[in-house]
Ligand binder design. Structure first.
Ligand code: ASP
Ligand code: MG
Length: 414
């Protein structure tokens, strides 16, 4: 019998009504003769609420107890969904990550999944039950409950789908797919039928927060197709799969369209450090110090200030990290004998993403021309084979997305 794997996010199981709806949908699939495994997130903002509670009790939570606490959100939704299914006459059982055989690394709060021992899931499926599994968690080698990082239940779902050799992992959420850009910024944004893993990874890490990046990484390793779709409407969403598979499915890779999507990241800030003595080890020292404090650095640009002796560097960090990052940078600047440090949180990053860029020159220059045409100044640029990003003034971010969306014809993709 073919196994179908569904994942429902927090908003999709946010109320008892919504849970009953999910149960109806799941029961229908089961009644059509499939085995069904459902992975759930915690209801609504439960995980945040649990963390708020924790913060009222301690400033310094023990990571083991953190995992013990936040993993309970998913137990609530899994048990309720199993009960809703039973109430509709559909045999069902809920399992914790540990009961479902999800084995993780021995690291609290952000472990990776190491293995999924399917015996229990298979036994329950064989007994004719829908199996509801808590996302976001597993157990380590000691049997302690471990969570796999915020937003991790997408990854739980993909890993379980891969272990079960499902054809596709259906991820139901509150958006109905991946769009050429955020439809709240561009009302004429188009829903994409297919997106490749690489593009999705870029879009996800650039702020299109529809899927957890690690779930996309996991899907690409196992070549698992993700169908990202709406939990409200019975319509097709977006398939995230390998480029080869997209071609097979008849979705052209849109060779003529180098750009698949545009992302805007408004949660960044910029730091510059000037006249850094140009010798081996300076970048390692600065970025090593930032990494040691868990500050995530994104774009890094180094340029020559005085040939052979001094360099300028600029980089971006997440906005909430700016103060801490500036303090560290100032300290290192002093130690290195650099001249000064400046920072600016009034910036945004606009990025074009598309695997077609590799084979089509001119995307970056077209982007720069489009921005300059509207007098938008580019402060920093970074490129990869499938991405071009520009740092611009924050207040021009949305305008930049709108004009680039048009310039690259994304309002017209089928
Ligand atoms: N409930 C967890 C969180 O809020 C996991 C998830 O939703 O994917 O981070
Ligand atoms: Mg979530």
């Amino acid at each position: 019998m073919e196994v179908i794997v569904h994942k429902y996010g927090g908003t999709s199981v946010g109320t008892p009504d919504k849970i009953r709806n999910v149960a109806r949908r799941v029961k229908e699939v089961k009644d059509n003769g499939y085995e069904v495994v459902v992975i759930v997130s915690a209801m609504g903002h439960t995980t945040d609420e649990l963390i708020d509670l924790m913060n009222k009790v301690t400033d310094n939570p023990d990571p083991r107890e953190y995992d013990m606490l936040v993993s309970t959100g998913e137990q609530v939704s899994a048990a309720l969904l199993a009960m809703a299914l039973q109430a509709q006459g559909c045999p069902a059982v809920s399992l914790t990550g540990g009961q479902a055989g999800v084995v993780t690394e021995d690291i609290y709060k952000k472990a990776r999944i190491k293995d999924i021992k399917l015996d229990r899931i298979k036994k329950e499926l064989k007994a004719g039950k829908v199996v509801v599994v808590t996302g976001f968690q597993g157990v380590d080698s000691q049997g302690d409950i471990i969570t796999i990082g915020r937003g991790g239940s997408d990854t739980s779902a993909v890993a379980i789908a891969a272990a079960l050799h499902a054809q596709v992992c259906d991820i139901y959420t509150d958006v109905d797919g991946v769009y050429t850009t955020d439809p709240r910024i561009c009302p004429d944004a188009k829903k994409l039928k297919y997106v490749s893993y690489e593009e999705m990874l870029e879009l996800a890490s650039l702020g299109a927060q529809v899927l957890h990046p690690r779930s996309v990484e996991c899907a690409s390793i196992y070549n698992m197709v993700i169908h990202l779709r709406s939990s409200q409407k019975e319509i097709e969403g977006t398939y995230i799969m390998s480029p080869e598979r997209i071609i097979e499915e008849g979705g052209k890779m849109e060779k003529k369209e180098a750009v698949r999507g545009i992302a805007l990241d408004e949660n960044i800030a910029k730091i510059g450090i000037f006249k850094v003595p140009d010798k081996p080890g300076t970048a390692a020292r600065l970025f090593g110090a930032l990494a040691a404090d868990k500050i995530n650095v994104d774009m890094i640009v180094q340029s020559i200030h005085t040939a052979g002796s001094q360099a300028d560097m600029a980089f971006t960090v997440d906005k909430p990290d700016l103060k801490k990052a500036v303090a560290i940078t100032e300290k290192i600047a002093k130690e290195l004998g650099a001249e000064g440090v400046v920072s600016d949180s009034d910036v945004s990053k606009v990025s074009l993403v598309g695997i077609g860029m590799v084979s089509q020159p001119g995307t970056a220059s077209k982007m720069f021309a489009a921005l300059s045409g509207e007098k938008i100044n580019i402060q920093m640029i970074s490129t990869s084979e499938i991405k071009v990003s520009c740092i611009i003034k924050a207040e021009q971010g949305k305008q930049a997305v709108q004009l680039l969306h048009k310039a690259f014809g994304l309002d017209k993709v089928a």
